[in-house]
Write a protein that binds this ligand. Structure first.
Ligand code: PMM
Length: 288
């Protein structure tokens, strides 16, 4: 898979993006950081655990979540972005709002992560183009309130590729440089568990888009259902081992990055995969 993103360091392994949701209601860690200081402390812990990037969001995208106005979103994330930028972290702002992205970039964020892939706010791709920063374009079919009704596909991989290609073309038409785009299949967004497994099984086929791929499986409900006990889904905080398994699979398939809550385990997994790949190259190099 392609791995170069202009404006970001070129690692010889999969990137680990640590998640910080400064929301009262995210499914994975909602309410865990009631104030900016606790979120900043957590960010520092994620960096110490091996995060290459931190992704900061102030609007929950769990199915059914209501939209958050940009001023409230910024009230939540602003001090966290400033505090962690001052600590030297490479920050991504997880937002669908151009005004929030603009404030975050001014406060030190260096990447925009747009789960709508440019579809929610047409001003956002234009802002990213003007700022000249890397842009995560995720596959998206609609807001949290309606997305699960759109989880219908004949061939999920083919349709996600087509729709992502259209999003990439549209944000490029708005002026975003293609070599700054990262694509993301958007696991759980207008996708049921079977769709997520299909996408993971065929992850390397996203290579046809010619852009690096970010994978966000961490703690998502399809893992809770896979690991259910007596019909009871595994609790959110007990899905990290399964998340680590997906990190290893994604890194092996050539993903550019993984977006995870528990950084240490995924950072270890990507290093294991990198060591195996290095050994493989050495062996094939010796043979040729
Ligand atoms: N998932 C969530 C939020 N932001 N961004 C990208 N690029 N990819 C994702 O899969 C993604 C995302 C929802 O999960 P969370 O509640 O754990 O943040």
């Amino acid at each position: 898979m392609t791995s170069r993103v202009r404006g970001l360091p070129d690692l010889d392994r999969c990137m680990v993006m640590g998640v910080i949701n400064v929301t009262p209601d995210s499914f994975s860690d909602g309410g865990a950081f009631p104030d900016a200081d606790s979120a900043i402390k957590h960010g520092r812990e994620l960096l110490a655990a091996g995060a290459d990037l931190l992704d900061i969001g102030g609007e929950s995208t769990r199915p059914g979540a209501l939209p958050v106005p940009p001023d409230e979103e910024w009230r939540r994330v602003g001090p966290v972005v400033s505090g962690l930028a001052a600590a030297g972290a490479k920050l991504s702002i997880d937002t669908m709002h151009a005004v929030t992205a603009e404030r975050a970039l001014a406060a030190g964020a260096v990447i925009v992560n747009d789960v709508s892939g440019g579809r929610a706010d047409p001003a956002l791709p234009r802002l990213v183009a003007d700022a000249g920063v890397p842009y995560v374009v995720m596959h998206w079919r609609g807001h949290s309130t309606e997305m699960q009704s759109k989880a219908s596909y004949a061939d999920v991989l083919a349709e996600v590729v087509d729709e992502l290609r259209r999003s990439v073309d549209d944000v490029c038409a708005a002026g975003v440089a293609e070599d700054q785009i990262v694509v993301d299949p958007g696991l759980g967004f207008a996708k049921n568990a079977e769709h997520n497994w299909q996408l993971l099984a065929r992850l390397s086929e996203l290579d046809v888009l010619g852009r690096p791929v970010l994978v966000g499986a961490s703690r998502k409900s399809f893992l809770g259902h896979l690991l259910a006990d007596a019909g009871e889904p595994r609790s959110v905080l007990e899905r990290d081992d399964a998340t680590t398994a997906i990190t290893a699979l994604a890194a092996t398939a050539g993903a550019w990055g993984v977006r995870v809550h528990d950084v240490r385990s995924s950072a270890d997994a990507v290093r294991v995969v990198a060591a195996v790949q290095a050994a493989l190259h050495q062996t094939t190099g010796q043979r040729s």
